[in-house]
Write a protein that binds this ligand. Sequence first.
Ligand code: PXL
Length: 275
Amino acid sequence: MKRILTIQDVSCFGQCSLTVALPIISACGIETCILPSAVLSTHTGGFKGFTFRDLTEDMPLIEEHWKKENIKFDAVYTGYLGSAKQMDYVKSIYNSCKAKDALLIVDPAMADNGKLYLGFDMEFVKKMRELCKKSDYLLPNLTEACLLIEEDYREEYDETYIDAVLSKLVTLTSGTIVLTGIGYSANKTGVVVFKNGEKQYYEHEKLSKGCHGTGDIYASAFVGALAKGKSAFEAAKIAADYTVLCIKATQQDTEHWYGARFETALPELIKMLSE
Ligand code: PXL
């Protein structure tokens, strides 16, 4: 039985970060512990006037307590972090609380569609780069990958460009790279898994409606599948198929613009894990 710690924000409303990671990984049958990086009234993608409670200074206190209690985790999975300083705290918590052979899984959640999320700057990117160096699994989308390696982001590209991105990402981490949202033809997208110099690609349907929070749904399902013993490529496929189901469950509902209905597809995810 694996115990995972996930460190990301609580967006109270909006179906992203911890409010999807906790239910998804738990549904996979994995004990899921949380460390909120910040508490926001909503996520930052499309709401105005959201609150933001930065929990940076709680992190070392929580770490001290966990050290005293000898609390250990088999994996630490990080998502949206609340400040550049949190990167140092996250590394320290990982070092203090890692069980034997523990994994660090980093989703450098900071950008999409060619742009940094509101509130993040290049100092944040620089610190994220340092965290990525320690990762066993790194799950960027193309925008995040380009920011990490200082490469121009392109909307249209071919496999040569993606290979160039991968060749730079491997200078950042010796871990497995799971590059999401990579499509080479219309109505298709996919995920590239790059491990020990070997590249595998899983292509799947691209739905016209992109939903907010699908990166978090994807990463959480990937972490859950990996913890259940799936290989990186199997986990990447399962997470992709599950994310497609979540978007399909949402796309007819025009009122539901802020996130994806991940809940109704959870039984399918569980089924995929048992296959
Ligand atoms: O889904 C990524 C994410 C997580 N948390 C917050 C966000 C976003 C993306 O915008 O704003 C607070």
